[in-house]
Each structure stands twice: as structure tokens, then as C-alpha cells.
Design a protein around this ligand. Structure first.
Ligand SMILES: Cc1ncc(COP(=O)(O)O)c(C=O)c1O
Length: 415
């Protein structure tokens, strides 16, 4: 976790609000997963946090992309095509054409989610006489992927698509999953792969699986007014090892020896991120204490956090030791609100703070996954926060300066 001192240096260098990513912590997480699941290839779901790609491209095996924008980011960063897997319920002809027409020998692997996608890809590959590897995405009961019957139908007719090389299955059924669900899924996927190999005389199928491992964000699930202390990030980390052990055991029990790729976003990225926002006002209105910060709910996304009812890991960093603007001087419970013009902009309720002052910072930890990508960025035309990373080897590096949003919300036509 970034120390208070490091956060203070970053706030002064980049301004607030700001996203801070601790690359040493990220590396630790990658190493933990590698140690527990050495047989698996690791794939990062880029949607969780594209800013981590410069380092993750060196540490991981694969990158799952779900939009043309994500693909463009990987092209700018010169990620090798054969490290990419393209998912997505909608892949347009123009987007797939751009991928096919990229110079170089390799193509990314592409997941097929419908008969329509199969026909389009087959046509593009045949026209160029280029073979492309595909994964058949198995649906988990929503708009993504194919059901088993359609998947079997494609396998039965695969000779008609000689430019498509079916390498395996892709499956992702959601995030923050319970171990019980993961155990059942692993057993079912292994069984299905075996049955398909048998029925269609296939070589061993690869399995690209998003286990949706859970990240703990909150000290308890049913927060009451007297639990105003946030949990320490180290305590929240404790479930990580257990989940990896459960997954390893599930794979062993299922007898899974095929090529396995684990697609992960949250579990890889959450723990390395912090969001720093400055206290800009403190007031007591009708006996309630309000702490106003320069960020807000448009920048922070904790899974399951509704209207500030739960307490993620957060700490007060003093700008001037001992300084206090606020009454009451004793510890009190504060409602932390952002700068947006809506009563919904409540980051936390009942946060116990001792003598906060304007100019101090609140640092929200464990927000390295999805906060930077899921925010309501355009609402109220406020700036996008800067993004910076830290590692012991390279110190602070700016990955994006604070960026004005208002030009995007400005009408282009003359009045
Ligand atoms: C296909 C796919 N794989 C992997 C992930 C990553 O999920 P998580 O962040 O729960 O690890 C997602 C997230 O939406 C996804 O859509």
C-alpha cells in the first residue's frame, strides 16, 4: 500500500483528485497467483484498468479486449497480437477488418459469440486466406456467448470453415463469485470439454475461464453506526490466498490438465489502486457533519457500495500535522460528499474522523479495478482525474494528466 508520505508527494505533483497505482503491490498480486496456479496462463481483462498495461504486458501472458477502443490502446502500446483475445457481444465488420489488416504475421485469438459472428469471421478470413484461431464462447445465460446446442452445431459443421481454427472454449459468468459457484463451474466446464472432444473427435480443447474471483472491499457486510472504523487493506487481502487455493483444488478435483487461461480483472488490479481526494469544506448542518471533497462518486466504483452505506478502506492524510478546522474537535462521524451537484454524491456515511482540516486528503484504497474505467465521467463536465503509478524502481510516473471534459460536452454547432 502506498504510504501517506508517497500519497502526499503525488497530490502535490499531480493535483487532486488523482488515481494512484502501486506497481510493487500489483507485482506481488501477480506473483501470488502464479505461485498458487503455476499451470495457468494469466490473462488481464483490460476493461478493469488499461493504465496497468505497460507493466502487465511484461508480466502476463494474455489480454482480453472487448471494444475497438481497447484494441487501439494495445496497438499504441505495441502489445503483440498473439497475446490478445478479442471478446465482445458485438464485433463490427469494420472493427474485425482493422484487426485482419494490421501488418504482421499474427492475428489475435477471437471469441465467437453467435452464428452471425462465425459467418462474418469466416468470410473475412477466407477472403484473405488467413487462418485465425477462435474460441467458442459458452453462454452463462445472458446475451453473451452461445448455448451448448449452438456450440455443438458449429463444431459439427467446422469443416465448412477451414480458415477458422477452433482452439477451445471461453466462459465468464460474472464477478465477485462465491467459491461454491467456481467449484461447480470448473467441474461442469471440464466435463463439457471432454464430451465435446469425444463427440466431435477433437484434439484437447483449451479453456479460457474468467473465474470472477472476489475482492473484499468492506469491513463487514451489514454496517451499523458503531462500526465506523474501516478495515485495514492487509486484513481484506487475507481471503485472496484462500480463493486461489479453492480454485486450484477445484481444478485438481475436476482432473483439468488442458491448457488453461484465467481471465481476471478485479482480482489482479483492485488492491494496487488508491484514489486521493482533498477535503475542501467542512460544515455542520442540522447537527450532521459534512466533509466535502474535490472528487466524488463519478470517480470511485466499489462493487456493492450504494450511497456510501458501506465502509471501504479509507484513511485521512494530514496536510499539516495537528491542523484542525473542524468542530467538534473530538472524533466524530462525518458524511463524506463529493463535488457533484446531486444529493447522491455521498462517498461515505459515518466515517469517524479526528480533527479533519481543509487541505487534508482522504485516500480510498483498493480501487485499482474498474474505478478508473466505470466512472460517470461526462456528468457535470468536471475534469478527469490525473493517473500516476509508483514503483520502488522508477518512482512516480504520470500516466495521464488531469483532462478537461467540458470540450466534450460543448455543442459544436454555432448558436
Ligand atoms: C469476458 C470477461 N472476462 C473476464 C472479466 C473480468 O472479470 P473480473 O473483473 O471479475 O475478474 C470480464 C469482466 O467483465 C469479462 O467480461
Amino acid at each position: 500500500m502506498l504510504t501517506d508520505k508517497l500519497c502526499q508527494v503525488a497530490a502535490e505533483a499531480y493535483g487532486t483528485p488523482v488515481y494512484l497505482f502501486d506497481l510493487d503491490r500489483l507485482q506481488q498480486q501477480v506473483e501470488l497467483i502464479r505461485q498458487q496456479l503455476p499451470q495457468a496462463r494469466l490473462c488481464f481483462a483490460v476493461k478493469a484498468n488499461p493504465f496497468l498495461l505497460p507493466v502487465l504486458s511484461r508480466w502476463l501472458d494474455r489480454f482480453e479486449l472487448c471494444s475497438p477502443g481497447e484494441w487501439s490502446i494495445t496497438q499504441q502500446l505495441k502489445l503483440p497480437q498473439d497475446k490478445l483475445v478479442i471478446s465482445g457481444v458485438y464485433k463490427s465488420e469494420a472493427d474485425l477488418t482493422a484487426i485482419f489488416d494490421q501488418p504482421g504475421d499474427c492475428l489475435p485469438e477471437i471469441s465467437l459469440e453467435s452464428g452471425e459472428q462465425l459467418a462474418l469471421l469466416n468470410q473475412l478470413a477466407r477472403r484473405r486466406q488467413r487462418k485465425v484461431s477462435v474460441l467458442l464462447r459458452l453462454s452463462s445465460g445472458n446475451q453473451f456467448g452461445l448455448d451448448e446446442a449452438d456450440l455443438r452445431d458449429i463444431l459439427a459443421r467446422r469443416q465448412a470453415c477451414p480458415y477458422l481454427r477452433i482452439t477451445g472454449l471461453q466462459f465468464y459468468s460474472g464477478t465477485q463469485k462465491h467459491s461454491r459457484k467456481i467449484i461447480a463451474e470448473v467441474a461442469r466446464l471440464e466435463q463439457l470439454c471432454r464430451s465435446l472432444e469425444h463427440d466431435y473427435d477433437l484434439p484437447p480443447l483449451a479453456l479460457e475461464y474468467g473465474p470472477g474471483l472476489a475482492v473484499r472491499y468492506f469491513s463487514d457486510s451489514s454496517r451499523s453506526a458503531d462500526t465506523a472504523e474501516p478495515a485495514a487493506p492487509d486484513d481484506l487481502d487475507k481471503s485472496d490466498l484462500v480463493q486461489l487455493q479453492v480454485l486450484r483444488e477445484a481444478l485438481t478435483q475436476a482432473g483439468c490438465r488442458r491448457q488453461l487461461t484465467l481471465e481476471m480483472g478485479r482480482f489482479l488490479a483492485a488492491a494496487c489502486g488508491s484514489y486521493l481526494t482533498q477535503i475542501v469544506d467542512l460544515k455542520t448542518t442540522r447537527a450532521d457533519h459534512y466533509c466535502i471533497v474535490d472528487g466524488g462518486i463519478h470517480h470511485l466504483a466499489y462493487y456493492g457500495q450504494m450511497l456510501g452505506m458501506k465502509l471501504p478502506p479509507v484513511r485521512l492524510i494530514k496536510a499539516v500535522p495537528g491542523a484542525a478546522d473542524a468542530r467538534p474537535p473530538a472524533p466524530a462521524d462525518w458524511t463524506v460528499c463529493g463535488a457533484l451537484c446531486t444529493v447522491n454524491d455521498v462517498l461515505l456515511r459515518c466515517l469517524r474522523l479526528t480533527r479533519p482540516a481543509r487541505g487534508d486528503w482522504l485516500c480510498f484504497d483498493r480501487c485499482g479495478a474498474y474505478s478508473v474505467t466505470e466512472g460517470l465521467s461526462l456528468f457535470l463536465s468536471r475534469n478527469l482525474p490525473a493517473v500516476a503509478s509508483y514503483s520502488t524502481a522508477n518512482g512516480w510516473q504520470c500516466l495521464r494528466p488531469a483532462t478537461a471534459i467540458w470540450p466534450l460536452n460543448q455543442p459544436q454547432a454555432p448558436v
